[in-house]
Design a protein around this ligand. Structure first.
Ligand code: CA
Length: 235
């Protein structure tokens, strides 16, 4: 389980990191809002602990932007003020829970456990785009009830795109998510894997689900088939 801790006060990050690691979580840290956004869009964290008062971009903004980008990672917001407005702002921005500073570490751990339990159910929920389904619990992929066998990279790529239906997945997002944080887009490896996926999930089926977004990347979407005019020749 990997948790992203977003907080600019080094003393607090150290304290949270140490405590979480003692509880066997893996911890990554971001010290400002922009770094948090970049890291959270690329990595598949299990949970994010997000302070509101941050340099460059505040926690509320980070949270809003993540939800807009369809990043559904559970977020616990840390707030310095225990005001109703602050809590409402956080929850409205898409946070799942909040904790008022200073907090008891045991309470943070309990809230993390509660969110992760809930998330397990969500993560294992079947994904569906048109007649394509992906079951995260069994790793089974079906289209029109026909089982499709994928390699592990193809599976991760499809899972990543199906969690963002209708949204553009840029080459950088895909590259860094599947091939790692230092991915350099100087090869055609992504296009190659997309072509493998297309061959397996699109070829021979009613409609194409994987769409190229020119110069940017790809998206998966079930577009309603257009009604074509058929020209019947007179001869
Ligand atoms: Ca702070």
């Amino acid at each position: 389980m990997t948790i992203l801790v977003v907080e600019d006060e080094i003393k607090i990050t150290r304290f949270i990191k140490k405590g979480l690691e003692m509880d066997h979580y893996t911890v990554d840290i971001a010290y400002d809002g922009k770094e948090a956004l970049e890291k959270a869009e690329i990595n598949n964290y299990d949970l994010i602990i997000l302070d509101i008062m941050l340099p460059k971009m505040d926690g509320i903004e980070v949270c809003k932007k993540l939800r807009e980008a369809k990043v559904e990672t559970p977020i616990i917001m840390l707030t310095a003020k225990n005001t109703v407005e602050d809590r409402i702002k956080g929850l409205d921005a898409g946070a799942d829970d909040y904790l008022v500073k200073p907090f008891a570490f045991g309470e943070l751990l309990a809230r993390i456990r509660a969110l992760l339990r809930r998330e397990k159910t969500v993560k294992n929920t079947e994904l569906q785009v048109g007649d394509l389904t992906l079951n995260p619990a069994t790793h089974e992929v079906f289209r029109e009830n026909k089982e499709i066998s994928l390699s592990s990279k193809e599976y991760r790529l499809l899972d990543y795109m199906m969690r963002r239906p209708g949204h553009v997945c840029t080459r950088t997002m895909i590259g860094e998510h599947i091939w790692g944080y230092n991915f350099k887009d100087d090869s055609n490896v992504i296009d190659v894997y997309i072509s493998y996926l297309r061959r397996k999930i699109d070829k021979g089926f009613r409609a194409r689900l994987i769409h190229t977004v020119r110069d940017v990347g790809y998206k998966i979407q079930d577009k309603k088939p257009k009604i074509k005019t058929i020209n019947v020749s007179a001869s």
